[in-house]
Design a binder for this molecule. Structure first.
Ligand code: C2E
Ligand code: CA
Ligand code: CA
Length: 499
């Protein structure tokens, strides 16, 4: 808005100056034209120089021509009479300062016959000259703040109003230019004979600016109001979304699905990852990647994690106790690494359900482990109890190898985006090979996520990946369905062993 008002103010002032310069020039042209007509009329006269009739005619012309104040008649270069009457002294016609294109001699500062009168401008042709008040040339209606000057093309000032800086006028006459420049803004107009210049000081623009600002203030306020409204609307929405999540926690609207994790070599189901599901009261499902980040930001994730552990314990505890080869992976967020809530939940699971700590995997993304010193405590404690630590979405984070070596973790989950590249001739497809190599070098169990086809499975198997998880094997299942899946899988294993 400041920029707009400034531009508008400059533009407005420029327009004023252009108009005034135009008017000054028109005025000068009119005055010159009137003087020329008078000079032509008088030069066309024959005889009776300085007779009463001649003087009378000169006087009549002075009265009838507003811009002309006095007329003089010269005889052999000497003034012999004026519109006031005969002249006695020896006043000589001097060489003009400047010639107009149609040969009027211009003398800039002439003392008129009348004592005490201000210097006049003389226009001369033939035996006559006319005296004009220079102010007449620039006598245009304008506000007091505009400085005006009429100059000859060679930069001599004929008339001025409001004391413009002479050096500036000379520079503008010599090199006509308009617009904002340093401390002033100017306009220049020229015709065949004259150059009209108008100037305004910069502070004047600020006055105009303030006026423009007052005009534009309501628009600015309106726009600002709109922006604020939009921001408030968005943050309310976000606020109401986290409020909705808080309500969902209280009303226990979350449930879990379990996605089987398989051993590549044997085809045996070795465990499952618990994946949260949120069904709103209106029946719509909200995806975890939509609400988990909001829950993390608003500090609600810890309660969610607490509920996830409790639900998983209740739903899969008995299965885990009856089959020690199965594990359960639970997703943790970064803020789950501080405080006791995870341990308390898991302790209950171990104590009440008889689950071995080694059957529990805690998954966190590299981002979750980023602040390693904060996570270190908890990881150390978890490892001491016997829980397994898994790095989720491996390859998408920022871990350096050194960082990874420093950490004591057990499982690497290779992100789906790398698995997706298997069989594609993309630059990224070379990356998965190195990621697998890196995991092997770190000597940890590898899980490939998001395996969707047999080609991917074959590649992963060839390259020595241990475990797989993906739609090729099973989508995430409700607890009962997962139990049935495991049962079926065990039966298949037995058949496979027998044959
Ligand atoms: P994630 O931990 O990487 O989970 C794997 C995601 O990939 C799951 O999406 C799963 O359904 C999906 N997936 C598995 N196999 C395939 C496949 O073959 N193809 C495709 N296209 N997708 C597959 P989901 O359940 O939508 O979860 C999304 C993310 O939400 C999870 O990514 C995890 O970061 C987060 N999340 C889910 N449950 C929890 C939870 O209980 N706690 C926390 N903190 N985060 C959770
Ligand atoms: Ca995960
Ligand atoms: Ca993952």
């Amino acid at each position: 808005m400041m920029w707009i008002t400034w531009s508008l103010a400059v533009h407005d002032e420029q327009e004023v100056l252009d108009t005034v310069a135009e008017n000054v020039l028109a005025r000068a042209r009119r005055s010159t034209g009137q003087a020329r007509t008078v000079l032509e009329t008088l030069n066309a006269r024959e005889g009776d120089d300085c007779s009463p009739a001649h003087i009378n005619e000169m006087r009549r012309l002075v009265f009838n021509t507003p811009s002309i104040e006095e007329i003089g008649h010269f005889s052999e270069g000497r003034l012999d009479c004026t519109s006031w009457g005969p002249v006695d002294g020896d006043i000589r016609l001097t060489a003009p300062d400047y010639m107009t294109r149609d040969h009027l001699g211009v003398t800039l500062s002439v003392r008129p016959a009348l004592r005490g009168a201000t210097p006049k401008l003389a226009l001369q042709a033939g035996d006559y000259n006319v005296l004009l008040d220079p102010v007449r040339f620039v006598d245009v209606i304008s506000t007091s703040r505009v400085q005006m000057a009429l100059a000859t093309h060679d930069g001599r000032v004929v008339a001025e109003v409001n004391d413009p800086d002479p050096s500036l006028i000379a520079s503008l006459a010599a090199n006509p230019r308009s617009g904002l420049e340093g401390r002033h803004i100017s306009a220049v107009r020229s015709d065949a004979d004259w150059t009209a210049i108008t100037v305004e000081e910069r502070p004047q623009i600020f006055k105009t600016l303030r006026r423009e600002q007052w005009l534009l203030l309501p628009i600015g306020v309106f726009l600002a109001g709109m922006i604020v409204t939009i921001i408030v609307w968005f943050s309310r929405r976000r606020l109401s979304f986290s409020a909705e999540i808080a309500l969902a926690i209280r009303n226990r609207e979350f449930s879990l699905q379990y996605q089987p994790i398989m051993a590549l070599s044997s085809g045996a189901c070795v465990g499952a990852e618990a994946l949260i599901r949120w069904r709103r009261p209106d029946g719509s499902w909200v995806r975890p990647d939509v609400f988990i980040p909001v829950a993390e930001q608003s500090g609600l994730i810890r309660e969610i994690t607490g509920q996830v552990i409790a639900m998983a314990a209740a739903e899969l505890g008995p299965l885990l106790r009856s089959d020690r080869s199965l594990h359960l992976a639970i997703n943790l967020a970064a803020s789950d690494f501080s405080g006791d809530h995870v341990f308390k939940g898991l302790e209950t699971m171990v104590r009440d359900q008889g689950v071995e700590p080694g059957q529990i995997w805690l998954e966190a993304t590299e981002r979750g482990f980023m602040d390693y010193s904060a996570a270190e405590d908890m990881i150390g404690r978890a490892k001491a109890i016997g829980y397994h630590i898994a790095i989720d979405d491996f390859g998408t984070g920022y871990s350096s190898l050194q960082h990874l070596q420093q950490m004591t973790f057990d499982v690497l989950k290779i992100d789906k985006s790398f698995v997706d590249t298997i069989g594609l001739q993309s630059a990224k497809s070379a990356v998965i090979f190195h990621i697998i190599e890196m995991a092997k070098a770190l000597n940890v169990t590898t899980v490939a996520e998001g395996v969707e086809d047999a080609l991917q499975a074959a590649y992963l198997s060839e390259n020595g990946v241990d475990l797989v998880q993906g739609w090729l094997y099973s989508r995430p299942l409700a607890a009962a369905d997962f139990r049935a899946f495991v049962e079926r899988n065990r039966a298949e294993q037995v058949i496979a062993e027998k044959s």
